[in-house]
Design a protein around this ligand. Structure first.
Ligand code: FES
Ligand code: FE2
Length: 385
């Protein structure tokens, strides 16, 4: 985050602490429960966001070196990402151009080519078909036109974005809009990947994004895990197109009151949360970065998600490994034992007939903004009550 933004957000937070308030939306917003239960809406979301759109895969640190590669199947499309010898990142459909088998599974390093396990067609890191057994039998199917199908991919500000649509495009600046300067200021391309955890939960994918959309719940849902670290219901909010930025106050925040602004260590006393629309939550926490990526599961009430933790320096001793392992454990325990079970209960409740809409308070502007942005993208009229 840029220094001027840090100061501005910290001033707001200190004001909110003084006045016992938080960033406020203009009004209460009633969000229909069908937002989380409608198979028709989910189908439109899949088409718009996860088949035709672009989403953030994570930080460049997922694939730091030439020869690094990974598969990514969460959007429903079989995606293969690979960093070529020249350092450029390629994205392809993980579909052999012979008869369609997957050419790679999982992830790894030091690859020079991908050999299809079915009949041995061989592709370079740039997706080009570079060899195949019994070449003579395929003479009329030219090699030059049988490389892996390329997908639009972009790597900018230390973030990787991809579209599963071969005819789509990815424009990171257009996607992030006004969020760019503050995201870029984190120096994301200097981070190292520590861990990625995949989870499957019985809740709509947007409930996952919602988990990170307010601090109103902290003292109630997380009395023993998070409440002692952060002020509840004290948070800034700024919208950037469909994206947004939130800064929440650590309980150490008040130390800033005794220091001149020029010496404020804002990042040490806050946590930054951004939604990179539609499905990525980025958080900056003092000494590390987390990214959460939510995708629809097989049905409207299921999602698959992955959390990646990125750290400022590679782990080179047992003490630092222990430190980061404990970070991952606390993080996953909090969301898996407290947030996500609550969301799964909500998901069941949505279908119960209890209410037609849920209520986002004025103190939940990020939730209002996210859901209005989804509706706007889907072309619905947003109805506020
Ligand atoms: S399907 Fe890949 S080589 Fe035959
Ligand atoms: Fe939470």
């Amino acid at each position: 985050m840029r220094r001027e933004t840090q100061i501005a957000e910290a001033r707001k937070l200190l004001h909110y602490l003084d006045k016992r308030t938080t960033a406020l939306a203009d009004d209460v917003y009633r969000n229909p429960v069908t937002d989380y239960t409608s198979p028709q809406q989910l189908e439109r979301e899949r088409e718009l966001f996860f088949r035709k759109g672009a989403f953030c895969v994570g930080l460049s640190a997922l694939l730091p070196k030439p020869g690094d590669w990974m598969t990514h199947d969460f959007s429903g499309a079989p995606i293969l990402l690979a960093r070529g010898e020249d350092g450029s990142l390629g994205a392809f459909l993980n579909v052999c151009r012979h008869r369609g088998a997957r050419v790679a599974e999982g992830s790894g390093s030091d690859k020079t080519d991908f050999v299809c396990p079915y009949h041995g067609w061989c592709y370079g890191l740039d997706g080009a078909l570079i060899g195949r057994p019994d070449e003579r039998s395929f003479a009329a199917a030219e090699r030059a036109t049988h490389g892996l199908t390329r997908l639009p991919v972009a790597e900018k500000y230390g973030l990787i974005w991809v579209s599963p649509d071969p005819n789509g495009h990815v424009d990171v600046d257009a996607l992030l809009g006004g969020l760019v300067p503050d995201l870029a200021a984190f120096g994301l391309d200097t981070y190292h990947h520590y861990h990625t955890r995949v989870m499957r939960r019985k809740m709509n994918w947007k409930l996952g994004v919602d988990t990170f959309g307010e601090t109103y719940h902290l003292q109630h849902l997380h009395p023993t895990t998070v409440d002692h670290l952060f002020y509840s219901n004290r948070c800034t909010f700024e919208a950037f197109g469909p994206n947004h930025l939130m800064v929440a106050a650590r309980k150490t925040m008040d130390v800033l009151r005794d220091v001149p602004e020029a010496d404020w260590d804002v990042l040490d006393n806050t946590v930054t949360l951004c939604v990179l629309f539609p499905n990525t939550v980025f958080t900056y926490q003092r000494d590390h970065i987390e990214t959460w990526h939510f995708f629809p599961g097989d049905t409207v009430d299921e999602c698959v998600l992955y959390l990646s933790l990125y750290i400022p320096a590679p782990v080179d001793n047992p003490k630092s490994k222990d430190h980061w392992d404990r970070n991952v454990d606390i993080l996953i325990r909090t969301v898996e034992m407290e947030d996500f079970p609550t969301c799964e209960g909500m998901q069941k409740g949505f279908s119960s007939g209890a209410q037609d809409a849920i209520t986002f308070g004025r103190n939940e502007p990020a939730l209002q903004h996210f859901h209005k942005s989804v509706k706007a993208a889907l072309g619905n009229v947003v109805s506020a009550a």
